[in-house]
Design a protein. Structure first.
Length: 511
């Protein structure tokens, strides 16, 4: 059996490949769809999924997470997880179906330009079928992640993303409007569930009450933190959609999705590998602490340049790929701070779950909500800001709130894992210092270029200075932190050696 380190390194290799491919596909899909659909149509889709997301807070109740870190009664736990996921999500669909008219009217009351509430009801009832469809494969995916079979997980991700992109673009081109987003999502979720059953079939047996109680005990704190995380992720959508309007929600969704690419496709994918690894080390505190500090260092080494790049080139990205949407330039740049905070916050959350302390997540989430909720209400409902200033104000609130919440998570987790502020700052120092060098150099060169040639096309600036920024970051890392650069090199060399050994073993196997 391969070592934990070997499995993590191999999995990270597939994760990095997936990150590049997924970011590229998502970016292309968004660019093309904004050519066919209006801000109001994107706003309608975001409104529907925000409402659906509120109902799906209990769709998992932590059962999948408990299954990943579980060591005993795995066959029984698989069955319990599958039954729980399917039944809970079926009940949730029924609730959405019943309450859809009331929720549509709730948002319609405050719109300066009223939308078609009947269409929103239909979208809610049809789109929410996706959560029922996804329930059938969620347990299969949890087992793949538990066993570090990320090559198969990424194959499923690739199939889902390809189908989603092709179907949504084809339907948008055919004139289906907002329904192209809805139907595309349902088809993609169906493909995902089928692919999971094909790649990771499971045997569903009887429902074990004892195992259910054990899993539920772990999951109750996960449920509370999930509730809070949903509020954090959708509270801004709620206030923007209710008080600033559907067009504002469409623009804000674009700004948030672009800024959140690094959090969704980098941090979350890395976390899918790191959480099972932390779970295996939870009995060895010293190794766990070292693994977590290294994961923070490597995660931020990747996230920092991507985040700063999005921030430094937000103007060029919008002008080059989303002409006419300049209103999202500043919100996008500001919201990158939220994504950078997640670069530290997500590993902290995985650490808390791995050591069986999901309550840490709940406490940090409560602090986050108490900071963000009143501030969002103030800048949207009370101040009566116009579209531009309203989006900027919301973005500032969303970017500022997680800074304190991460500190709360850090202090609570440090009590159990015994890491210090000095150790955390040491882990963050290479990415922060190299990022500062990158930002300063890029801003100086960009200002000089715009002064000398003010009419330079945005795409030219993006391509030329984007490459220059990456070079600055790499040079700063090599010169200021050569030991970190060597560690990264050794990490990738270890992955290549493992691939060669695997290829040689496969070639030598009897046929």
């Amino acid at each position: 059996m391969s070592s934990l380190t070997s499995r993590v390194v191999a999995s990270l290799g597939w994760i990095f490949t997936n990150i590049l491919a997924k970011n590229a596909v998502q970016f292309v899909r968004t660019v093309v769809l904004w050519r066919f659909l209006s801000a109001e149509e994107f706003g309608l889709n975001s409104l529907a999924w925000m409402i659906i997301g509120g109902f799906t807070l209990l769709q998992d109740m932590g059962f999948s997470q408990e299954l990943i870190q579980r060591k005993t009664d795995l066959d029984k736990a698989v069955s319990v997880t599958w039954y729980a996921n399917v039944v809970i999500r079926a009940v949730i669909y029924g609730l959405i179906y019943v309450f859809a008219p009331f929720l549509a009217e709730h948002f319609n009351q405050t719109q300066a330009k009223h939308f078609d509430a009947a269409e929103v009801v239909s979208i809610l009832r049809v789109a929410s079928l996706a959560i029922v469809i996804s329930s059938f494969g969620s347990t299969n995916e949890a087992l793949l992640r538990k066993n570090f079979q990320f090559k198969r997980v990424l194959a499923v991700d690739g199939a889902e993303m390809t189908v989603l992109t092709v179907v949504q673009i084809a339907l948008a081109w055919a004139g289906y409007g907002v329904w192209s987003l809805v139907y595309g999502t349902i088809v993609a979720f169906s493909v995902r569930s089928l692919a999971l059953w094909w790649l990771a079939p499971i045997r569903v047996g009887r429902f074990d009450v004892r195992v259910f109680k054990e899993m539920f005990h772990f999951g109750k704190h996960m449920t509370l933190s999930t509730l809070g995380l949903w509020l954090i992720k959708n509270m801004d959508y709620y206030f923007v959609g209710r008080y600033l309007g559907l067009a504002a929600l469409g623009y804000y969704t674009l700004a948030f999705k672009l800024s959140d690419l690094i959090a969704v496709n980098v941090v979350r994918n890395l976390a899918s590998v790191l959480f099972p690894a932390y779970s295996e080390l939870k009995q060895d505190l010293e190794r766990l602490r070292g693994a977590w500090l290294r994961s923070v260092r490597y995660t931020m080494l990747l996230v920092m340049p991507m985040g700063l790049g999005l921030m430094l080139f937000s103007r060029e990205i919008i002008l080059a790929f989303y002409p006419g949407k300049e209103v999202v330039i500043f919100p996008m740049a500001i919201l990158v701070i939220f994504s950078l905070c997640r670069g530290v916050g997500v590993p902290l959350g995985d650490l808390a779950k791995a050591i069986g302390r999901p309550k840490i997540l709940t406490q940090a989430v409560i602090v986050h909500i108490l900071l963000m909720g009143p501030a969002l209400y103030l800048v949207t409902a009370w101040l009566g800001l116009d579209l531009d200033r309203g989006l900027i104000a919301v973005s500032i609130v969303v970017a500022a709130a997680p800074i304190l919440a991460v500190q709360v998570s850090y202090r609570l987790a440090a009590r159990h894992v015994k890491f210090t502020a000095k150790q955390v700052l040491g882990a963050l120092l290479p990415s922060v210092a190299a990022g500062a060098f990158m930002a300063a150099g890029t801003l100086a060169v960009k200002a000089g270029l715009l002064w000398v040639a003010p009419g330079t096309p945005a795409l030219v600036i993006l391509v030329a200075l984007g490459s220059f920024s990456c070079l600055l970051y790499a040079l700063a890392l090599l010169k200021l932190f050569p030991e970190t650069a060597r560690d990264l090199r050794d990490l990738f060399q270890r992955r290549r050696r493992k691939e060669k050994v695997g290829a040689a073993s496969a070639a030598a196997a009897p046929r």
